[in-house]
Design a protein around this ligand. Sequence first.
Ligand code: GAF
Length: 373
Amino acid sequence: MKVVEAFRESFGTEPHGVWHAPGRVNLIGEHTDYNDGFVLPFAVPWGVTAAVSPRTDDLVRLRSLQAAGPAVTVEALEEAEGWTRYAAGVVWALREAGHPVRGADIVLDGDVPQGAGLSSSAALEVAVGLALDELYGLGLSRMDLARVCQGAENDFVGMPCGIMDQAASALCEEGRALFLDCRTLGARTIPFDLTAYGLQLLIINTGVHHELADGQYARRRQDCESAAARLGVAALRDVTDLAGALARLSGDERRRVQHVVTENHRVEAVVGLLRAGAVREVGALLNASHLSLRDQFEVSCPELDVAVEAAIRGGARGARMTGGGFGGSAIALVADDRVEPVRDAVLLAYAEHGWAPPEVYPASPAAGARRLA
Ligand code: GAF
């Protein structure tokens, strides 16, 4: 394994083990996780592989095969920079939670397509977290692991994300989607076997990441929290009378609530369809989710909208943006015999706009985090 060779080369010893954690695609349930709502992601076949050994001091030495240069030594976690913050953050979050974690030597190798919005950062966190859990004998449950990694991202990296990406990476199973209640953290996997229905789930990587994304994410979260406070509920999950709630709100708050409440319903509807084996019927809900994210939650962008519209024109059963928005990827649910027309329609639409061609490729639900060696 490349990562083991690089470990030997960097540190002159064998790693104690090798772990892998995947990125994710969210089938539906967008911007619902931090509203205590429902999400339905699945793991993708790409992720981060980590070769790791524990240390007897508190140093963290890190190397990534995707970053030029030798291993970086992090003496004080707070001084970590760039990509190393995600790994240092996991060590920090474990220590904050009272776990007896000392230093580690870590070499990382990732193959999550860049800029695709498929959660390479969560994959990195979960791979490192799982390694440390095993090496230091912490006995964390998979959900505890996801929470620690979310804590690293929230409180160390400073990105106020919800639990979805880390939970997906830690808990997903091959051939299945993960139905997660982000309030109770109750998680169930549901068969999501596309081949049995002659379907493919295409990822359309727009290749763009609009710079405003990070600030806008925090603003959407604030809109949701202020709307919940105005409505006197703990979280938007608790809104049961949508019409009544909308009548009490205006502007951004009104639109955000409209999205979150209807999106939670859509997740439950998709779960019902998957359980009934009606996978082909999921498409309309994907389309509705996209329109809601575009018009009510306002996190789409022209590149995502064009990808979704072209995919539907090309014969997709449904399509939507996936992940946080403002770039990254769209997904399209497509019958096997429509894959080429959908791909052609998307490429043509991008060419007409004068945009660089997006990457279009299928993804099937892969396994969650695990030890490889
Ligand atoms: C990003 C966040 F990290 C997730 O927690 C989630 O909120 C998602 O955006 C939107 O659904 O991926």
